[in-house]
Write a protein that binds this ligand. Structure first.
Ligand code: F6P
Length: 359
């Protein structure tokens, strides 16, 4: 029984009283969509919705039936309430216009309805990621209204559909986690004011891309892999779930660094992850929890978007580690990461010695 515990509705009403009370109502609709998606995803193969469709989304990725259905769930749950000027999603080329029969508001809801959906058929945790921005006035939003830097987000969050379903949320004062009590149907505050541990010995990256990374990322990862025998002097652990929500959740719970850096695999793409509905909301959650989120060359939340589906390099997690990788980028860009060559001794490896000048 959860008597007396803080429900998501209570939390949201308290946190948004005054300036953003209409957004509180919107967040409650988002949570209703998340419960619908949780039930759908939780049925697994019994839902009859596993597998791919013939269509691709604007990124050219094959759409799964669940991508389309979960997108619909968010649209239907959130379009009617009169808080929104429009919605945009990974699964729609253009922003969604609020149907004529519903009133318009000033908020913009942007989402990835089922992040990591390629994992749903193999029963690995997937999630929904969302971001809320606002325009000055109520009315139909244009594409340009969505192109705001992440530090203008009013709220951001994700739901993770794992062994339990959780909703992790920030409205600009800390990052808070709610667990779905499947019996009562309530989200209960179970993780108030989450803090990303500063110290970490865990990194996450898809190392099959190693040959495409820039030197600063190669340098950082080889130092981690060298462990006790390298300049870090300590062993690191590596994880890769291939589901951003699950990686970020792990980092919020026990620290670490997650990287999907810039690479040269496809020169047309400056990164893999999408700025508006993946990188920005996760960056706000991580910063609100005391961590850091960077492209390697600046704060993610400072990036001025040019396109709805723009991609961006992402490094996020424990502050000290993110700052270290940023420093490696600065040193690389300014040419100060060149290996030190001694006239007396052989060239020293970038990654090798205890007293390296790159430490
Ligand atoms: O949409 C992006 C995503 O599925 C993330 O959730 C995940 O972190 C990443 O792609 C996985 O990428 P890769 O297929 O390269 O492992």
């Amino acid at each position: 029984m959860q008597f007396g515990r803080t429900t998501l509705s209570k939390f949201v009403i308290e946190q948004t009283r005054g300036q953003h009370s209409e957004m509180g109502a919107l967040l409650i609709d988002v949570a209703a969509a998340v419960k619908t998606i949780s039930a759908l995803v939780g049925k697994g193969a019994l839902s009859g919705y596993s597998g791919a469709l013939d269509s691709t989304n604007v990124q050219g990725e094959v759409q799964k039936k669940l991508d389309v259905l979960t997108n619909e769930a968010l649209l239907r749950h959130c379009e009617w309430g009169g808080q929104l000027a429009g919605m945009a999603s990974e699964e729609m080329d253009e922003p969604y216009r609020i149907p004529d029969q519903y009133p318009r508001g000033r908020y913009l809801l942007i989402f990835d309805p089922l992040d990591g959906s390629s994992n749903s058929d193999v029963n690995v945790s997937v999630g929904t990621i969302f971001s809320i921005l606002q325009r000055e006035t109520a009315g139909d939003a244009e594409t340009a209204d969505y192109l705001q830097p992440g530090d203008r987000q009013i709220a951001a969050g994700y739901a993770i559909y794992g062994p339990s379903t959780m909703l992790v949320l920030t409205v600009g004062s800390g990052t808070h986690g709610f667990t779905l009590d499947r019996e009562s149907g309530n989200f209960i505050l179970t993780h108030a004011d989450i803090r990303v541990p500063e110290e970490t010995r865990e990194f996450a990256i898809n190392s099959s891309n190693e040959r495409f990374w820039e030197p600063p990322v190669q340098r950082y990862v080889s130092e981690c892999k060298a462990g006790k025998t390298g300049i870090r002097g300590v062993d690191f652990n590596m994880r890769w779930i291939a589901s951003m929500v699950a990686e970020v959740h792990r980092i919020l719970m026990r620290g670490g660094i997650f990287m999907y850096p810039k690479d040269s695999k496809d020169p047309a793409k400056p990164g893999r992850l999408r700025l508006l509905y993946e990188a920005n909301p996760m960056a706000m959650l991580i910063e609100q929890a005391g961590g850091a989120a960077s492209t390697g060359r600046g704060r993610i939340l400072g990036v001025a978007p040019e396109d709805l589906h723009q991609r961006v390099p992402v490094l996020l997690g424990s502050k000290q580690e993110v700052e270290r990788v940023e420093r490696y980028h600065q040193e690389y860009d300014s040419g100060t990461d060149r290996p030190f060559v001694s006239p007396l001794f052989a060239e020293r490896s970038l990654y090798r010695t205890e007293n390296s000048n790159f430490q």
